[in-house]
Ligand binder design. Structure first.
Ligand SMILES: [Zn+2]
Length: 431
């Protein structure tokens, strides 16, 4: 039964087919134009709207609430809900307390669960999972070591990981609505193009995977996927304007304005790591000098640490040996264990990041700044210098209304945010 509703969803939303079975229609995924309502499918659409509203609520809904939302009469609302109940999609899960003493029944989904394949591709790790529309992980192989390269062999490897995950999850492909993919580098979400990796094909990466797996595929940059997860289930859930800083090896930024992730005109918004807030002596891989990402992030931490050691400074970190590099997460860990040099370097970075963030706060007036990524583990060390840095550059009024928080989503955030792209498209989660 859930297969029927799933097919209805896909048929309702998709308009122009690219996939083998010729049943899914992919064009709509990239231009977001919905099927026009006509008399024949009005009732199906109303039923799907009820299912969407219940999925979005996460905790069931009453018939009066459905009628208000869909702008339909009470008799029509009861008729549709009764039909959905008879068809086995809805069940009563309780009664709602109201002021007037009436206790309308609360309906929730029954035998209907929506799944998405989630993929997160980072420079050195790949994670693949199956998540449901509550963004709960049903099955996952995460943080598998992997080296991202712009080659056909690497793309084949990604395909293998995805195929293995779907197979091992035991979830039938018939129950999977689509695939969401977060990948590092420049990504144009509207067209499904990854400009930095896997850019050697005639087809955009999203369309390539869509044809290959025969499902709708949505792609965005890994940090924007993380921001998506913060907006839906994380610290940004109850605010409309937030900046999410994804600070691990690199520095990524996701902007949430008016409760929406900002992609920008072509999908390149949020490149704070290449803003000229850094040391003008340092040359960035982008070819410019002074990019903030050269001074703040895992790469910079490793470089600065080694520089200090070479100048005779002491640390509790044992050097891993000739030709091997000390990793930034080891330095973060040492800072948490009280290593003076590591603490000082992390704090210097916190101030620099804060100083740059103060400028962004002046520009965008966010309610919340969320620090995520591996550096979020160093919260107690980072917070004070970060605040000092922000205070040094932010104006008093926007600063007064801006809170600082540290992400609690951990390493699953990006993966969940990638899957959320699917549910957001099908309107199964709140925008
Ligand atoms: Zn740069």
């Amino acid at each position: 039964m859930s297969c029927n509703i799933l097919n209805s969803f896909i048929n309702l939303y998709c308009q122009n087919c690219f996939c083998q079975k010729n049943t899914l229609r992919m064009k709509a995924i990239f231009n977001s134009s919905f099927t026009k309502v006509n008399k024949e499918n009005r009732k199906t659409q109303q039923k799907l709207s009820i299912i969407r509203a219940i999925a979005q609520s996460g905790s069931g809904i009453t018939v009066p609430e459905i009628c208000k939302m869909l702008k339909i009469s009470a008799p029509t609302g009861f008729k549709l809900v009764n039909e959905l109940q008879t068809e086995g999609f809805l069940g009563i899960v309780g009664k709602k307390e109201t002021h007037n003493g009436r206790k309308p029944a609360i309906y929730d989904l029954k035998n209907v669960r929506f799944y998405a394949i989630s993929v997160e591709i980072l420079l050195k790790r790949i994670s693949v999972g199956i998540i449901d529309s509550q963004l709960d992980t049903v099955y996952c192989k995460n943080n598998t070591e992997f080296v991202l390269e712009n080659t056909a062999d690497c793309l084949k490897e990604v395909e293998k990981y995805i195929t293995a995950c779907v197979r091992d999850s035991g979830i039938s492909k018939d129950h999977i609505l689509g695939m969401g993919m977060g990948i590092t580098g420049r990504v144009m979400q509207d067209t499904g193009e990854s400009l930095t990796y896997f850019n050697f094909m005639d087809l955009p990466l999203g369309k390539y995977f869509s044809k290959l797996f025969d499902i709708p595929v949505f792609i965005n940059n890994d940090t924007r996927c993380f921001g998506q997860a913060e907006k839906i289930i994380g610290k940004a859930k109850h605010v409309n304007h937030a900046i999410v800083i994804n600070l691990s090896r690199g520095l990524g930024t996701s902007l949430i304005i008016d409760n929406r992730i900002v992609n920008g005109g072509n999908g390149f918004a949020g490149e704070m790591g290449h803003m000229q807030f850094g040391n003008r002596e340092n040359m960035c891989i982008c070819g410019k000098k002074g990019c903030l990402g050269n001074d703040v992030g895992g790469y910079a931490l490793e470089e600065k640490f080694m520089d200090c050691i070479s100048r005779g400074e002491k640390s509790i970190i044992q050097h891993p040996g000739h030709g091997r590099q000390i990793r930034y997460d080891g330095i973060l860990q040492a800072a948490l264990e009280g290593d003076e040099l590591s603490i000082r370097l992390v704090q210097e970075m916190g101030f620099k990041l804060g100083n740059a963030l103060g400028n962004i706060i002046n520009l965008l007036n966010p309610e919340l700044v969320i620090i995520a990524g591996k550096f979020a583990s160093a919260k107690d060390i980072l917070l004070d210098p970060l605040k000092s840095g922000i205070t040094s550059s932010a104006l008093i009024n926007p600063l007064r209304h801006c809170h600082i928080a540290f992400s609690e989503l951990g390493h699953m955030g990006g993966l969940k945010g990638a899957g959320a792209l699917v549910f957001e498209y099908f309107e199964l989660i709140k925008q």
